[in-house]
Write a protein that binds this ligand. Sequence first.
Ligand code: PAF
Length: 285
Amino acid sequence: MTTTPSLIDRPEAMFQLVRARQQRGARVGVIPTMGALHEGHLSLVEASNRACDVTIVTIFVNPAQFGPQEDFQKYPRTLESDLEALAKFKVDAVFTPRNEDMYPPGYSTYVDPPRVAQPWEGEHRPGHFRGVATVVLKLFQLCPADVAFFGAKDYQQTLVVRRMVEDLTVPSRIEIIPTLREADGLAMSSRNRYLTPPQRKQALTLSRSLELAAQMVAGGERASHRILAAMHAEFAAAGITDIDYVAIADPDTLAAIDEIRSPVVALIAARVGETRLIDNRLLTP
Ligand code: PAF
């Protein structure tokens, strides 16, 4: 059975719906998204359905988290097919705030994101996490859910959101849901739809090099520089030269790690054609 979820665009209506349900004892879950939904997003909806009585999905392409040279204008806006996909689940409302309500004229307040926002994505996308932290905090104000669900593919984002929620005493609990992958290993992403068939093949280098890193660690390799060299060799062999970073880092602070003595996270950001993709994997010695 499919039921098209109700659309809410007014901030007051969103807030009142959440509070009304909570007053009746319901536990409310929220999934913040920018739309262009794929199965990874839908797995967050399923997680919310399991843990909560009410599930809200927010769809807002947040201009504040895109740099001037990034893909804000061309970011896929697919509301109709998003609603069709959500209709197969129990979604109580889809919140699609208008830009003028989120950032009205004169808007000038932004969240200074936590320290963990600084390396990797922070260096390559200046201002990105300031925009993410700001919009996530605003969404939590408008949709004060009990639990918020985020995907592990955006690993650094999950650390930024967790830290911000703790530091700013936001009462929502944060749940991180494992990355969903295509059968061949490619991490699901709204940006995968930009890839041409040959680029789609090249894009597998991200998950393949993470698998290689995991195998090297499982085989006893402890020197990050040798693992990183092997990962870079995979990218070179695939003809991917536009690499923002390939890193092995502390899973909590994201400081680079030279010698692997405890679990670490491997992080990648690279462009396949024009499309910037990210992926990550925890490596356990
Ligand atoms: O992960 C995303 O889709 C976005 O960064 C988020 C969390 C919805 C904020 O715009």
